[in-house]
Each structure stands twice: as C-alpha cells, then as structure tokens.
Design a protein around this ligand. Structure first.
Ligand SMILES: *Cc1c(COP(=O)(O)O)cnc(C)c1O
Length: 423
C-alpha cells in the first residue's frame, strides 16, 4: 500500500541532507563581520578597506569569468537594475518565458515596461529562439532568458536571435549558478547575468542577489542604481572613510546587500564546485536508473558543468495512469519524507502574476499582447516532478530510495484515483 494511504513508506527515519550547508568557518565569518562594526557598504569601516559586498561581487565575477560583479539585496533587485542599466522603461517590451518564478515578469513591470510572455520548450521548460522570434515587435528591447531548474536555454540559439533583432539579452541564472555552456559560465553570454542568492538557491545567503557584466559602463550604472546614486571610491577607503561617493550618471535606489550577508556568501562560494560535483554524481545515478516512461529533463550536450537547483524527472503521459502530477508528487513525498513537487504554474495561470491589483502596474498590463495559450509550458508543468537540489547532496542510497519510490508509486498509481490523495 502507498504511504499516502497508510502503507509503510519507502524511507522512514533516515534524514535527508541539511540545507544550507555551513560549519564553524561560516560562523566565524559571520561573527567577524558582526564585530567589524561595519554592517553596511553605506557605513564606514573603523579599519578601512573594501566592503565585504564589494569583495563578494569581485569574487563571484571571477568565479564566473565575468569582468564585473555587483552585489545586491535580491535576485529581483538584480533584474530591476539590469533593466534600468540598459535604459529600459515605459513604452518598451521585454520578452519573458511563461514558465519561471514570477520575478522576471515583475521586474519588467517595476521599470514601467511591458513583459511579453512567450512559450517554452515542453521538455526543458526553457524559452526557445522560435518563440522569441515570434514575439518580437518594434517595441521589443530585451529578452530575459531563464535557465530553469536543472538545465539551460539553448544559449547559442538565444544569443543569435537576440543579435539578429538587436535585443539586449539578460540571462537569469538564479537556478544555474556556475553552469557552463561549452566552457563558459552562463550569465556571461548576454549583456548582463543576474542571480538570486535566496535561501533555497544553490548558492544561498538567505536573501541576496548579484549581477555580472563585461561592460564597464553597465557596471558603473548598476553600482549607482543599487546604491542610491553612489559608486565606489577609486581607492579602498582609509579607516573611518566612506566607500561610497555621490555623483551618478543615473539615479538609483537602495538595493544594497548587507555586510553580514556578504560574509556568509564569501564563505559559501568556495564550497560551490564541490557541491556541483556531488549533485552531478547523484543526478547521473538517478538518470541512469529512470525507466518505464520516466526520463530526466534533457540537458544540452554543450553543458560541461552543471548546476542543479531543482532536479527534474519527466514522465510520458499515462506513466502514472490517469493520476495528476499533483497526486503523484504527493504520493512520492509521503514515500520519501522529502518534498517532491510539480513545477510552478505557468505565469498566464499563476496567482503570483496579478498586475491588475497594483495601481502602477495595472495600466501597463492593460496593454498586454501575449498569446492566450502556452502549450509547451502547460506540458512541462503537467509532466515534470521536481526535487530540491539538497536531496542530491547525500550518499548513493538516497538515489535508490528515490528510484524505489518512483517505481512503487507507478505500480500503485491506480489507487491514487480510487482512494484519492490526502491534501
Ligand atoms: C529565485 C528567482 C528569482 C528571484 O530572486 P529573489 O532573490 O527571490 O528576488 C528570480 N528569477 C528566478 C528564475 C528565480 O528562480
């Protein structure tokens, strides 16, 4: 009997890996930042020297092979300053995938422009060059390409279509920290790469974000945009001096990252490659074990280092009989004691995208031009099961438990219809 109906679960009493991963070094880094008396880039340092958020911006850019990095408060803030740095605003359209966390669409609205939703590939969940090309109008200025869950958009095709139409490309890599396409990190192919560093992400700081670019002008503008029109002093500040100076070419707001957050990130970043390697090993084992209508979300051959945010398992229609993805996910969660879940609702169906409820967005959204149907996004949503990346940070037997649970739920999927599923 399935665990969700009172049967014995596949796994009980064995803990899943903890997330986030931290230790006494993280604690020491945080305490050192606390005792530095400098909790913000906007405050001075009694000792002088660069802020931790500046050091993290530099270290993260170096990790990705980008020219410049800017630390910010959130991935959402990174999206807003990226759009503003590119001069995007009222009257402009920005292409956004229909399947993503809501922030890319919200960020476009926040700068006064219109997000134009486009369909995604039914297997990868990522937007495609074809759907972008079909949505381009004379008002289109930019594309926000999201590298989703555990795979990437076709970087070559997307950069080509952006160039062909003269559009700026922003890569949202909030789910792909350090993924490499043909030897080069995603986030460095477009004008700007943006990253969330939220608690669930594979590089986590509770709340945080970053933007990277190779363009010194965009870098300067993004610094001012995220620090109320202030950039850095040319030299690291002397003891008691401020590091931020006024005088920007573009007016900003406050999207600064706290020094305490930056201290945690400076500890976390050097752990990322080892975590990538551990997750990739587990992902490969899992992919090798999937059978009977189940298969991994495809990863293009050009990807030579993989970041997993959410591991995606696809299933062919009918694999679990007539059970819905929600029913299957709930049954798997009960078997495993770790959350298995469907992708979020595509934005055209999502309760998270409700611009009409906000006065400053309602007028923009009234002019929305996107399609009514997004069959690729709907297919991905109804035929994909996701697991958080932390479930791939443990030993090999964790994968065996996942495969056993998939098999059990598939064999007994008929009972999900006859006995129902407890919410
Ligand atoms: C998490 C996420 C964001 C938003 O990041 P926050 O740090 O929560 O603001 C943006 N885009 C994508 C694709 C994300 O997954």
């Amino acid at each position: 009997m399935l665990a969700i109906h009172g049967g014995t679960p596949v796994r009980a009493g064995t803990a899943w890996p903890r997330w986030p991963e931290y230790d006494q070094h993280t604690e020491a880094a945080l305490v050192a930042a606390l005792r530095s008396d400098r909790w913000s880039v906007s405050w001075y340092s009694p000792r002088g020297g660069k802020s931790r958020e500046r050091l993290f911006g530099e270290a993260f850019a170096r990790y990705l092979g980008a020219g410049y990095g800017v630390s910010v408060d959130h991935g959402s803030g990174a999206l807003v300053i990226a759009l503003e740095a590119l001069g995007i605003g009222p009257g402009d359209e920005v292409i956004v995938p229909a399947l993503t966390w809501v922030a890319p669409a919200t960020a476009v609205l926040r700068v006064g422009a219109l997000p134009v939703l486009v369909d995604v590939d039914a297997e990868s969940g990522c937007l495609t060059a074809e759907s972008i090309a079909a949505a381009v109008t004379p008002r289109t200025r930019a594309i926000v390409a999201v590298h989703l869950a555990c795979t990437v958009a076709d970087v070559d095709a997307v950069t080509a279509v952006a160039a062909a139409h003269g559009l700026a490309l922003i890569e949202d890599c909030s789910q792909a920290h350090g993924t490499r396409w043909a030897g080069r990190a995603v986030g460095t192919f477009g004008a700007i790469g943006v990253f969330s560093l939220g608690a669930a992400k594979s590089l986590a700081a509770g709340e945080g974000g970053a933007a990277v670019t190779d363009d010194p002008g965009l870098y300067r503008r993004m610094l001012s945009l995220r620090a109320d029109s202030r950039g850095y002093t040319a030299l690291p500040p002397a003891p008691g001096e401020y590091e931020l100076v006024e005088g920007a070419e573009v007016m900003g707001a406050n999207y600064c990252m706290s020094e305490l957050t930056a201290a945690v990130l400076l500890d976390q970043l050097p752990r990322l490659d080892d975590q990538h390697a551990r997750r990739t090993r587990q992902a490969d084992r899992l992919a090798a074990g999937l059978t009977g209508g189940l298969y991994p979300v495809p990863v293009p051959a050009q990807v030579d280092r993989r970041a997993v945010y959410e591991y995606g398992i696809s299933f062919r229609p009918g694999t679990f009989g007539a059970a819905t993805v929600e029913q299957v996910a709930a049954a798997l969660t009960a078997e495993l004691g770790t959350r298995v879940y469907p992708p979020r609702m595509p934005l055209h169906r999502s309760d998270l995208l409700r611009p009409a409820t906000k006065p400053r967005f309602a007028g923009i959204w009234a002019g929305a031009t996107h399609a009514a149907e997004f069959p690729g996004a709907d297919h991905y949503r109804e035929h994909t099961l996701l697991l958080h990346h932390s479930a791939l940070l443990g030993p090999a037997r964790d994968v065996e438990d996942i495969l056993t649970a998939l098999d059990k739920v598939r064999v007994h999927s008929g009972s999900l219809l006859t006995k129902g599923v407890r919410a």
